[in-house]
Design a protein around this ligand. Structure first.
Ligand code: NDP
Length: 304
């Protein structure tokens, strides 16, 4: 039976480190870090994320500023808000909540954020620094996954790591961070031939695909470490019966509640093959906010 890598517990450790960092700033007479969150439109999931981010800021002593704009906001007005926040000395970090409503160009918005305040780590300057192995603000989800692996003593040197997914947000930066730690990295995606065979080579498998239960237990190398970044909502009972065959409790929840969250990996099956697995929920999900606030503190310490 694999060990469960508890993301919530590690997120709490990361947040405590941020809280102490904020305290240390205050002890030196410096102000609390300021994080501005820009939310455009009324995507319900984005509203929940923004609420959770503000609550987490309050817990660790970071000042959060929420800027809510209507869905029909013009790109020029979004640009103007970002420019104002870039120039505001009380704002150390700026986050534009994605997805933006149709008609707004998210790349343009993300590229307009000053790299020093880019706490999501999506600006090309920060992505370039990561590529060069230089310090900078790095994407929150993969850097928090790295922190989780380090905490659990996973030795990455020389191992075969497979990253499923090649997004700029998770897959590509995760692969670069693993490479930096001397893993031999394969990036797989929707065009990869014989995905199960590629996965079976992995001592460490990171799944960031967004397909519920794509990775079966038989795709895993015995003893592999599995980091499941995917967060998927499953409502279909027939799909649930297929992917939760080794998770009777999850299947029961699906039947009673009508929907459940799950990862890209079949957790119940992975528990029988792998040596360590992150659950969904309670794995990588809580780590992302902790990574974001770690970045906000780092940005503030650099800005003073
Ligand atoms: P994207 O949709 O941007 O990327 C998905 C990647 O998966 C693409 O590279 C795509 O390949 C690949 N892919 C899709 N289908 C398959 C398939 N059948 N086989 C192999 N590869 C496939 O997603 P994100 O990276 O933004 O997010 C991935 C997942 O992680 C989502 O479930 C998301 O909700 C979750 N997530 C969770 C976070 C957290 O806090 N835990 C934070 C961020 C994301 P191709 O490039 O060829 O299209």
């Amino acid at each position: 039976m694999a060990t469960i890598l508890d993301g919530k517990a590690h997120a709490d450790r990361m947040l405590e480190a941020v809280r102490l960092g904020v305290e240390a700033r205050k002890a030196k007479g410096l102000r609390a870090p300021g994080l501005a969150v820009v939310l455009v439109g009324d995507d319900p999931a984005s509203h929940v994320y923004v609420r959770n981010k503000s609550a987490a800021c309050a817990k660790v002593g970071i000042t959060s500023f929420e800027h809510r704009l209507p869905a029909d906001t013009a790109q020029a007005d979004l640009d103007a808000l970002i420019d104002r926040l870039n120039a505001d000395p009380g704002v150390d970090g700026i986050l534009v909540q994605l997805p933006l409503p149709k008609g707004l160009d998210s790349k343009r918005a993300l590229h307009r954020i000053s790299p020093e305040k880019d706490v999501d780590g999506f600006h090309p300057i920060n992505q370039g620094l990561l590529l060069e192995g230089l310090p900078g603000l790095r994407p929150c989800t993969p850097s928090a996954c790295m922190s989780l692996l380090a905490h659990h003593g996973v030795d990455l040197k020389g191992i075969r790591a497979v990253v499923l997914g090649r997004s700029e947000i998770v897959g590509k930066p995760m692969a670069l961070m693993l490479l930096e730690q001397h893993a031999t990295v394969t990036i797989a995606h929707s065009r990869t031939k014989d995905l199960p065979a590629v996965c079976r080579e992995a001592d460490l498998l990171v799944a960031a695909v967004g397909r519920p239960g794509l990775v079966e237990g038989s795709w895993l190398k015995p003893g592999a470490v599995v980091v499941d970044v995917g967060i998927n909502r499953v409502e279909s009972l027939s799909l649930g019966e297929q992917i939760f065959a080794a998770e009777p409790k999850k299947l029961e929840n699906l039947k009673t509640k009508g929907a459940v969250l799950c990862g890209d990996v079949r957790f119940g099956e992975a528990m029988d093959v792998a040596s360590a697995v992150t659950p969904v929920p309670g794995g990588v999900g809580p780590l992302t906010i902790a990574g974001l606030l770690t970045n906000a503190l780092m940005a503030a310490d650099r800005n003073r």
